[in-house]
Design a protein around this ligand. Sequence first.
Ligand SMILES: [Zn+2]
Length: 205
Amino acid sequence: MEINTVCKKSVEEFIGIIEKFHGWAAPGVVIGGFMVDWAQELLGQGIEADAIVETRHCLPDAVQLFTPCTCGNGWMKILDWDKFALSLYDKKNLTGYRVWMDLEKLSAFPNIYNWYMRLVEKKDLPLSVLNQDILSAGRNILRTALVRITRYYGKNKKGEIRICPVCLEAYPVRQGLHCLACQGEGYFDYDSLTTLQGIQKAVCL
Ligand SMILES: [Zn+2]
């Protein structure tokens, strides 16, 4: 079966959009596009859908590119499970569709299988060959099921805000008496010049 459109785009346009956003036509994002396309079709027109993505790799970009859901607007939740699956669901009634990679179906596509299961070195499987197989496979490597969402739906509320007595920046009260950075979770040090300029004045005193 020849594929003509994915996510309402021509195949060329679809690949171009991925390259522009992701930097290159990563196979995971290409497959992700097919997953989103199928889930959206099953949900039907006019449904306001939220997304839950089960990996941080590649799939969130497919959701951000081909649905209105982004990390920033809170309509997409990302679980750090490293499972190649996602659900799109009606935010009003919490029912929707999970789409995932079906290993049994995948066995009919050895290049994609070997890439997905990390059985082949990148240099031994050119991207153009892999992506051509992915485009030919389309939905034939995926499965879907109707699901009811039981967790991770709705808005993550920010809650009350206060000023951290150490860094003097605003942070959510629920984190405790100091912001997480000042509780030792920080990921940076300021250079001495910045410190001298008083940004860390509360620390220096
Ligand atoms: Zn602080």
